[in-house]
Design a protein around this ligand. Structure first.
Ligand code: UD1
Ligand code: UDP
Length: 353
């Protein structure tokens, strides 16, 4: 029996961990024991508990209750507390997902204790070192022992940085999650009202957009003037920034609280187009064959752009509106992210090492 300490903390990590934690509890229960540690980076009911409640993710064994703060403070506090957990639990592996502050804190704490680090969603790059996520993912990859990559692009990125050992291509864990939970949609009740006519689903939380008042204003006025109604489940960071700078919304935009994953799947499958700056949502747009307009200058998920399903427009109001009116996705739909078995492939590799 191998013991894994898994670190999660932010919304997309609950969704990714749901896949592997469920597999460990069901098909791999004789091979692995998982200690699930929630750093507390996200803590609102609709940013955290809703995922554990609805998605049958095992409750975290430990919640470090770090909460919000500056990058240094948050990461430093996590590092200290994760180290305590690792010393006590003495696991065979430490598993982290993606590119958040919880990811780098977990990886660093384990690496310094010589505990092998597993990085799921390794090798992604935006080539924009100003992004906290780019810093987190590069540093995490360089101290990881097992790097599970969703795409060949990710493997190539690692190769260019000299990382070749312990690298595996498994497909994207988020595809596993989308396929699995989509099948269960009917089992979860919903209070969400889905517009009956054509609508755009939008999400917005990336620091580069929310923390620059001019960019935030541009984006909100583009959405306000779009030719289709917009449903915008709003990240708490974005709501706070909009309140701080007094951004005005038109009646065209239906601002709602963040939703659970099942309601997000309902919105993603019902909408006619997605406008986002989220990494995960760009891919879900692809999984559900929706044209995607990405309000960033770069994306880590370059295949979605190359295949003609995603367009990068930054925060320029005219570019966003032009894309809403004119962007047509490709007729060709290549399989970019594997077959939805990333979770099993990852655990099968770990069984053998
Ligand atoms: C974090 C990740 C980002 C990821 C996103 C997923 C880092 C550096 N960033 O960004 O990569 O895409 O999570 O959603 O780790 N807040 C609340 N309630 C909460 C959580 C946050 O009110 O439950 C507010 C706080 O004001 C906080 C702000 O949101 O200061 C930002 O939260 P933080 O976790 O620092 O970054 P995210 O923007 O959520
Ligand atoms: N998501 C959700 N509810 C929301 C917004 C997003 O369940 O109100 C899901 C979304 O479907 C995707 C994940 O959260 O699976 C993406 O997380 P987020 O956009 O916060 O972070 P990123 O992927 O950009 O790191």
């Amino acid at each position: 029996m191998k013991k894994i300490v898994t670190i999660v903390g932010a919304r997309p990590q609950f969704i990714k961990a749901a896949v592997i934690s469920r597999l460990i509890k069901s098909e791999y229960s004789e091979n692995f024991q998982e200690i699930l540690v929630h750093t507390g980076q996200h803590y609102d009911q609709n940013m955290s508990d809703v995922f554990f409640d609805e998605m049958q993710i095992p409750r975290p064994d430990i919640n470090l209750e770090i909460g919000s703060g500056s990058h240094g403070k948050m990461t430093g506090r996590m590092l200290e507390k994760i180290e305590d957990v690792l010393v006590k639990e003495d696991p065979h592996f430490l598993m982290v997902y993606g590119d958040t502050n919880s990811t780098i804190a977990g990886a660093l704490a384990a690496s310094k204790l010589h505990i092998p680090v597993i990085h799921v969603e390794a090798g992604l790059r935006s080539f924009n070192m100003k992004m906290p996520e780019e810093q987190n993912r590069i540093l995490t990859d360089h101290i990881s022992n097992y790097l599970f990559c969703p795409t060949q692009t990710a493997i190539d990125n690692l190769l260019k940085e000299g990382i070749t050992e312990g690298v595996f291509k498994t497909g994207d864990i988020m595809l596993d999650a989308s396929l699995y939970y989509r099948k269960l949609l009917k089992t979860i009740e919903s209070k969400l009202s889905i517009p009956q006519k054509k609508f755009i689903l939008a999400t917005l939380h990336r620091a580069e957009n929310t923390d620059d008042p001019e960019k935030l204003n541009n984006i909100i006025s583009a959405l306000s003037e779009s030719s289709f109604p917009v449903v915008l489940p709003i990240h708490p960071r974005t709501r706070k920034m909009m309140q701080n700078i007094g951004v005005k919304l038109s009646g065209n935009v239906n601002l709602i609280d963040p939703v659970g994953f099942f309601d997000m799947l309902r919105l993603e499958t019902a909408c006619s187009m997605i406008v986002t700056d989220s990494g995960g949502v760009q891919k879900e747009a692809y999984f559900f064959k929706k044209p995607c307009i990405t309000m960033r200058e770069q994306t880590e998920w370059v295949e979605t752009v190359e295949s003609g399903w995603n367009i990068l427009v930054g925060s320029d109001k005219d570019k966003i509106l032009d894309a809403i009116n004119n962007f047509k996705s490709s007729e060709i739909y290549p399989e970019l992210y594997g077959n939805g078995n990333a979770g099993q492939e990852i655990l099968d590799v770990l069984l053998k090492v």
